[in-house]
Design a protein around this ligand. Structure first.
Ligand SMILES: [Fe+2]
Length: 396
């Protein structure tokens, strides 16, 4: 006999329908906040906590305090505002500027070759998009890539939401003067499927989807409000049926009436729960080329949106990491952050006949292989052979 037959409990709703979404219930979720005391932000603006990374250096070197900070970030993303701003993620903005130059060049090349990217949620026009900016930056400018992704704060927030072994992917979005806004949406996974498809997934999968991804944006230009930084609706990730509701006109109107925008400076970043209702804003300036590097970080247990040739990236960045390791330009920990954004961190799926567990429960991951190569200063050819052998072992 189940709970319904016993009549003792209201059965949980197992399937959601777009037509049954309630704007009133949504507004309730926005009002019924979880007011936790936050220890680390410097201020809160439009209910979004703002952290200054310059004040967090000492927190990151203390493992206990770092865990406390990560727990706070996870709570904000889970059932707090759903979004947090990290000011001065790049205190030295040189790697951001250098990456910007590479991205502009890639945009120019892709325009010329006709492979120019389009955005999911905005009309084509004044907007530019680089898909798989992660691999493209790594292959075209591995030294810029290494300095950019040796960033401790990006690693810290990714681990806070996803744990280790996360898969870094990135897409560049440029909204030029006159560029139009996106429509309100949620992000990958369920955010990138049709209403019909989303309705086929049971309720607990709606709950699971945001745990598989962390969404971020690094500002590559100053972003005054007029330039259209991301429009956000704090707490909207808490509405269980939101993957269906976010496309309804009444919810979109509500979003437009209540969303907030936060100005960012070059080198700042924001990170948000992918279930948060959000949309890139319109660029109403005459001169700001608004560029963001959108970091889409996937759980080790999820499938990333983009295919990334991580073997090729390992080969491209390896000589740079060897050099930076030798001359001390990056510490061993900095290099670990780069490895985390380059190589595959998860050992599965694999062919366990060819690739049995290596002294533990799991076979060697690509990240572990790259780390070993650096520790033992392998020549480039040895790394290539080891990567190829590992790739072969993982195939069926
Ligand atoms: Fe989005």
């Amino acid at each position: 006999m189940n709970a319904t037959e016993q009549g003792s409990e209201t059965p949980a709703k197992n399937w959601y329908r777009e037509s049954e979404c309630s704007l009133e219930a949504f507004a309730d979720q926005l009002r019924n906040r979880v007011d936790r005391e936050l220890r680390f932000p410097v201020e809160t603006e439009h209910e979004v906590p703002i952290y200054d990374c310059r004040a967090l250096d000492e927190v990151l070197i203390d493992p206990v305090r770092q865990r406390t900070l990560q727990a706070e970030w996870a709570n904000v993303l889970l059932d707090g505002a759903g979004v947090l701003v990290l000011k001065n993620v790049f205190r030295d903005t040189a790697p951001v500027d250098e990456a910007t130059r590479i991205f502009e060049e890639i945009i120019r090349q892709e325009r010329e070759s006709g492979t120019h990217g389009a955005d999911h949620f905005a009309k084509a026009g004044a907007n530019d998009r680089i898909w798989n900016a992660q691999e493209k930056l790594c292959l075209q400018a591995p030294s810029v890539f290494a300095r950019y992704f040796s960033n401790a704060f990006i690693a810290c927030v990714a681990q806070a939401w996803l744990g280790p072994g996360y898969q870094m992917t990135a897409q560049v979005n440029v909204v030029r003067p006159g560029g139009e806004a996106q429509q309100a949406h949620r992000d990958y996974h369920l955010g990138f499927q049709t209403v019909e498809e989303v309705q086929r997934f049971p309720a607990h999968v709606h709950k699971m989807s945001p745990f598989l991804t962390l969404q971020g944006a690094v500002a590559h230009s100053d972003m005054p409000i007029q330039s259209g930084p991301t429009k956000l609706l704090p707490f909207s990730q808490r509405y269980a049926e939101g993957y269906l509701a976010c496309r309804r006109p009444d919810f979109r109107n509500f979003f437009e009436a209540h969303c907030v925008q936060l100005p960012l400076a070059k080198g700042d970043a924001l990170f948000f729960n992918p279930a948060l209702f959000h949309a890139a804003g319109a660029n109403r300036t005459s001169d700001v080329q608004r560029m963001a590097n959108l970091l889409q970080v996937s759980s080790a247990y999820g499938r990333a949106m983009e295919t990334v040739d991580r073997m090729r990236m390992c080969e491209a960045v390896y000589p740079i990491l060897l050099e930076y390791q030798t001359d001390g330009k990056l510490t061993s920990i900095d290099i670990d952050f780069v490895i985390a954004c380059t190589a595959e961190g998860y050992a599965f799926p694999t062919n366990l006949d060819r690739d049995p567990p290596a002294g533990g429960l799991a076979p060697t991951s690509q990240q572990a292989l790259l780390r070993r190569a650096l520790d033992e200063t392998w020549p480039q050819s040895m790394l290539r052979e080891a990567l190829q052998l590992q790739a072969w072992k993982r195939t069926s």
